[in-house]
Design a protein around this ligand. Structure first.
Ligand SMILES: Cc1ncc(COP(=O)(O)O)c(C=O)c1O
Length: 398
């Protein structure tokens, strides 16, 4: 199995050199737009590319508003603040994620509470969430409170792992029941959408507005959603992020907070609250715009690559992560599920020794020193994934 995997990856990427896990592709108007920015001298936070990029991301995702930020982490920070997360409160999220998800919660002065993921999506499990809330939540007039910690549960933050959409219809039903606002960490999920929902129950009164018909982009289900354009993502701005929302007032506040809370004026500098310098530079937005133009090609190539891995995995008898039913994934990072931690360790050691980069799942957030004291539900599925999962090279093949 291992030898045929290495042969396959080398055949796909047509090289005997080092093969990274994910590298960007610049095959469009990147140089032209970047030169345009340099010639204009508007390389920093003022310039037309930022609003063009925002408009095009809103069009692409179907969000009413898209607000650019300097990276996905800062976008998450502001999205959580706008969802109403305050110091001393809690945010329900998954332990299977990149550390930025939890750090953004911490920047708000709040704490993560970890709920398990499900096997089909690798994202927050609606069942585990319902079970957790049934046991610990108390719905009061001023919100939902955690009976164990005595703290308010301010938001729920599911993450679309490796670009595979969470079961948003069911998650929203559960969160609606407890009036918990949802912020989606869609950092990895540009180009991923839910095309039809298996678990969507049309008889549920409050759920109709969330019915994902015919296709709804990740990051547009919750009150707010967040994208990342870090160098390892499906498209990159070098560093960058985006807040998505359909709410006009939240969009206005997101722009205000990410741009130092400055009141618009031709020459006066007045700031009406403590804002953040989370502005995406024009230079980065220009790169993003050129990248976004290539999304249809990137998605097509990503899905072809996933198909090759899936075909190989069937022949090799290896379990592979595939998009959930009713969803279309961008297949940002492909993942294999090996039999156990021993096999996974061997696979990681051998493939990296042979110049083919592979990596394990992030260490679970609940086992990092900063978050090890946070409440969790036992996380059985997360633990299993952490033992078995490896990511394999997933750059777009041009
Ligand atoms: C799940 C997740 N959340 C948040 C982020 C943070 O994004 P950024 O690196 O742009 O700050 C990333 C990626 O880096 C991510 O993978």
């Amino acid at each position: 199995m291992f030898d045929s995997f290495i042969r396959l990856v080398r055949e796909i990427y047509q090289t005997n050199d080092f093969i990274p896990l994910h590298e960007p592709r610049f095959a469009g108007n990147e140089k032209q737009y970047l030169l345009d920015v340099i010639d204009s001298t508007f390389v920093s936070s003022v310039g037309p590319y930022v609003s063009q990029f925002e408009t095009k991301i809103a069009e692409y995702t179907g969000a009413k508003h898209a607000i650019a930020a300097v990276n996905g982490t800062s976008a998450l920070h502001v999205a959580l603040l706008l969802a109403g997360v305050k110091p001393g409160e809690e945010v329900l999220t998954q332990a299977v994620t990149f550390v930025a998800t939890c750090n953004a919660i911490h920047y708000c002065g709040a704490e993560p509470v970890f709920v398990d993921v499900d096997t089909a999506t690798l994202g927050l499990s609606a069942q585990a969430l319902a079970d957790f809330l049934a046991e610990f939540a108390e719905l009061r007039e001023d919100g939902v409170w955690n009976k164990l910690s005595g703290k308010r549960i301010a938001a729920c933050l599911p993450m679309h792992t490796f670009g595979h959409p969470c079961d948003m219809a069911t998650l929203l039903q559960v969160c609606n029941q407890y009036q918990i606002p949802v912020v989606e960490d869609a950092a990895e999920a540009l180009g991923s959408c839910i095309v039809g929902s298996n678990s969507f129950d049309p008889s549920a009164a409050s759920a109709n507005e969330f019915a994902p018909t015919p296709a709804k982009h990740c990051g547009t289900f919750g009150k707010l959603g967040v994208l990342s354009f870090n160098g390892n993502k499906i498209i990159t701005t070098g560093g960058g992020g985006m807040i998505l929302t359909d709410d006009d007032e939240l969009a206005r506040q997101a722009k205000h907070l990410t741009t130092t809370a400055k009141l618009p004026h031709a020459w006066k500098f007045t700031h009406d609250q403590i804002g953040y310098n989370y502005r995406m530079p024009n230079l980065n937005a220009a790169l993003g715009l050129a990248q976004l133009e290539q999304m249809p090609l990137f998605i097509q190539r990503k899905r072809e690559l996933a198909e090759r891995y899936i075909t190989w995995s069937r022949r090799a008898g290896v379990e592979i992560v595939q998009e959930p039913n009713g969803a279309q994934s961008n297949y940002w990072l492909n993942a294999l599920l090996l039999n156990d931690a021993g096999e996974r360790e061997q696979f990681l050691t051998d493939s990296n020794a042979q110049g083919v980069m592979t990596r394990p799942l992030w260490e679970l957030m609940s086992s990092l020193p900063m978050y090890s004291q946070c409440q969790h539900d036992g996380l059985p599925e997360s633990q299993r994934l952490a033992q078995r999962l490896v990511n394999i090279p997933s750059s777009v093949v041009l």
